[in-house]
Design a protein around this ligand. Structure first.
Ligand SMILES: NC(=O)c1ccc[n+]([C@@H]2O[C@H](COP(=O)([O-])OP(=O)(O)OC[C@H]3O[C@@H](n4cnc5c(N)ncnc54)[C@H](OP(=O)(O)O)[C@@H]3O)[C@@H](O)[C@H]2O)c1
Length: 347
């Protein structure tokens, strides 16, 4: 059997968007799993702006890939061969499968002899399609849920503003805010994304930051201030929102896509003094720190999904060939919803 995989060809320079030019598509033979190993066929791969950090030469908090390494990426797969007693052929697993059709997964042992948290983990294959385990009931949902509940402390009646709202985490954050009966206002690039936010994702209002005056729109839509700002972007939009915080508000620092890859440090935020005047709190988080809570996050999201309070808003391309373009689309606003890649069909 053949295995198509994307290997790193060149590190993007500091100001370069990662794309297909940085990878080689290589055909390899599928190898047999060794002791305590599984052969896993990839079903679906996720994307995240954070993946760019794996490809650059000196990332700040990820381990860098070397030229020729298989590109790292989280996915859902099905076990094709198992040399580990806890996994059977046909089981679905989640983990770092990489940008490839097949992978060998070594199962490590945790402190109590259970499957180590860094190994692939079994997922419930009654929750279908498999894309749900990366999207609404997976990583996008987990990042949105933890940020909105634990960090943002959302509750009914609060005014919530979300940046990059038509992206994967953003559209889940808005749906979760609505499930809590809060008011959700999204900021996104372009009229089509804003219509989609209100008509498909259930937001109360949307602001097109590319064509509208964001400050004027927030003054109109949030006359009593903003209780929770769920920020995926940073930069100038953060400064505009800081000036409009309500008393006792929270700024949830989920992502920094507007500033993370600048070659020079950005000047702001100029209005961080508002955190003091408004007795507000700004807090960042990394969802991986909560990996042991993933099953509880999924159970909560699944209950909302069954009640039709949240829905999967996926933006899926088909074929392993499409993964580099899927990742680079995030930096160009080319996605609407949760950007995923279908690599092979669910059985
Ligand atoms: N803290 C965590 O644990 C955690 C976990 C997952 C993701 N994240 C972060 O959450 C954010 C969203 O991730 P995602 O995977 O769901 O990606 P995404 O939102 O689906 O894709 C990124 C979106 O950001 C917007 N964007 C790109 N460049 C921008 C810029 N310069 N200014 C303003 N908006 C820009 C684009 O939408 P427009 O067309 O609207 O511009 C694009 O669609 C990212 O910052 C990511 O790093 C954090």
């Amino acid at each position: 059997m053949k295995n198509l995989q994307w290997q790193l060809k060149a590190h993007p320079t500091a100001d370069e968007t990662v794309g297909v030019q940085h990878f080689n598509l290589v055909e390899k033979e599928v190898v047999a799993p060794g002791p305590n190993e599984l052969l896993v066929r990839t079903l679906v791969l996720g994307t995240s702006p954070a993946q760019r950090a794996y490809t650059i030469e000196n990332p700040r908090f990820h381990e860098s890939l070397k030229i020729g390494d298989v590109m790292r990426g989280r996915g859902i797969g099905v076990v094709e061969k198992s040399n580990h007693p806890d996994f059977a052929v046909g089981d679905w697993v989640a983990g770092s499968l990489g940008w490839q059709q097949y992978s060998i997964q070594k199962i490590g042992l945790g402190p109590k002899g259970t499957v180590d948290v860094l190994s692939v983990q079994k997922v419930d294959d009654s929750i279908r399609p498999s894309s749900l385990h990366l999207g609404a009931l997976g990583n996008a949902g987990y990042a949105a849920l933890y940020g909105m509940e634990d960090v943002g402390q959302v509750s009914a009646g609060k005014t919530v503003v979300i940046s990059a709202a038509a992206g994967g985490v953003g559209c889940m954050a808005g749906q979760i805010a609505k499930a809590h009966e809060a008011r959700a206002i999204g900021i996104a690039g372009g009229p089509d994304k804003c219509d989609w936010l209100c008509q498909q994702a259930g937001f109360d209002a949307a602001i097109d930051y590319k064509n509208e005056d964001v400050a004027e729109a927030l003054d109109r839509l949030c006359p009593d201030g903003i209780d929770i700002f769920f920020d995926n972007v940073g930069g100038p939009i953060l400064d505009i929102v800081l000036q409009r915080l309500a008393m006792g508000s929270r700024v949830v620092l989920c992502g920094l896509i507007a500033t993370e890859y600048l070659t020079e440090r950005p000047p702001g935020p100029a209005y961080y003094s508002e955190l003091l005047y408004k007795r507000a709190r700004m807090e960042g988080y990394v969802i991986w720190d909560q990996v042991r809570r993933y099953p509880a996050f999924q159970a909560k999201l699944k209950a909302w999904y069954d009640q039709q309070l949240i829905k999967p808003l996926d933006d899926i391309s088909v074929g392993i060939e499409t993964v580099p373009d899927a990742l680079s689309s995030l930096f160009k606003g080319g996605n609407t919803g949760i950007r995923l890649v279908r690599v092979s069909e669910d059985d």
